[in-house]
Write a protein that binds this ligand. Structure first.
Ligand code: FAD
Length: 274
């Protein structure tokens, strides 16, 4: 069965590999002349720059993806856990977020004057909320049905209504420490949002990095794109580059994929264009 995937970013290639491995005949259509999407790389005067993402979280999800395709991630990509994960430069000093949260709390106390216990209690609360979100949303299929609504209400009840009606920056004032508030506000920008406008529940993104850890893929984040491209090739995915989709229509159980030169008809389509 033929399926078209639109976009050769990390998402598109992951999907392409899984479907090809399941026996679909997969073609990825990509407007650029290269794969990777945001996780691309540019070279200038002997230096190489990742164009977007720089920190890997959840390498185990990549491991799972490669395992699903009968492959071992280690044969495609090496990575290492970072310690420290991040270094923040604030008014002539710096402070490290370590891979151990207790060490981070000590660093914040010693350098920024926030009591360890205050920070650890703050983190404990968001770990609890994150764990609920992970179970309900991240590890479940997102379908807008009765079960989704039931779980969404459960989440609101457990996470607390206050986290929906206050902003990240407003909530973080509980820390009563401007420097640490600034650090914790940063996580709202993960989604390109402003901490002053984003609901406080986005604070749980801090848990992804501060508790679950940050990783460095060998060769930078573009190494992930390269690994996925190779995986795709190994399981038989076809790529068409310089192929810009102008429009998609769905009629009579068929997708019509419009580009400059042709219209493709397909029963199956996955769009992962941004
Ligand atoms: C500055 C920045 C920093 C980031 N930092 C991190 C980080 O440190 N860690 C992290 O995990 N995440 C980070 N992210 C997020 C991460 O980059 C994205 O979540 C991820 O790369 C998205 O992958 P994707 O495949 O969903 O989309 P994309 O990478 O956007 O891929 C979409 C693809 O679709 C193609 N496309 C679009 N329109 C068309 C069309 N009309 N026809 C054909 N093809 C089309 C595009 O060319 C592209 O290749 C960062 C993002 C940015 C921008």
């Amino acid at each position: 069965m033929k399926v078209y995937i639109l976009g050769s970013g990390i998402g598109g290639m992951s999907c392409a590999a899984v479907l090809a491995n399941k026996g679909f005949e997969v073609t990825v259509l990509e407007q650029n002349s290269y794969f990777g999407g945001k996780a691309h790389r540019i070279s200038e005067e002997g230096f190489e720059f990742d164009t977007g993402p720089c920190l890997l979280t959840y390498p185990n999800w990549f491991e799972e993806l490669f395992n699903t395709c009968g492959k071992n991630l280690k044969d495609y990509l090496g990575y290492q856990r970072l310690d420290p994960i991040t270094r923040y430069f604030l008014d002539n000093q710096h402070v490290d977020v370590a891979s151990d949260i207790k060490q981070t709390a000590i660093n914040f106390e010693n350098k920024l004057g926030l009591k360890k216990i205050v920070f650890l209690n703050y983190i404990k609360r968001w770990v609890r909320i994150y764990n609920i979100s992970e179970k309900i949303f991240l590890l479940n299929e997102l379908k807008f049905n009765f079960f989704f609504l039931k779980n969404a209400f459960k989440w609101i009840f457990k996470a607390g209504v206050i986290n929906i009606f206050t902003s990240v920056a407003y909530y973080n004032k509980v820390l009563k420490n401007k420097a640490v508030e600034k650090i914790m506000n940063r996580f709202a920008t993960y989604t390109g949002s402003s901490p002053y406008k984003t609901p406080a529940f986005m604070n749980q993104l801090a848990i992804v990095e501060m508790i679950n850890g940050g990783y460095y893929p060998k060769g930078g984040i573009h190494g992930i794109s390269k690994a996925l491209f190779k995986l795709c090739k190994d399981v038989g995915v076809e790529f068409q580059f310089n192929y810009k989709i102008d429009n998609i229509k769905h009629q009579s159980n068929l997708f019509k994929i419009y580009s400059k030169n042709e219209v493709i008809f397909s029963k199956y389509l996955v769009s992962n264009i941004d």
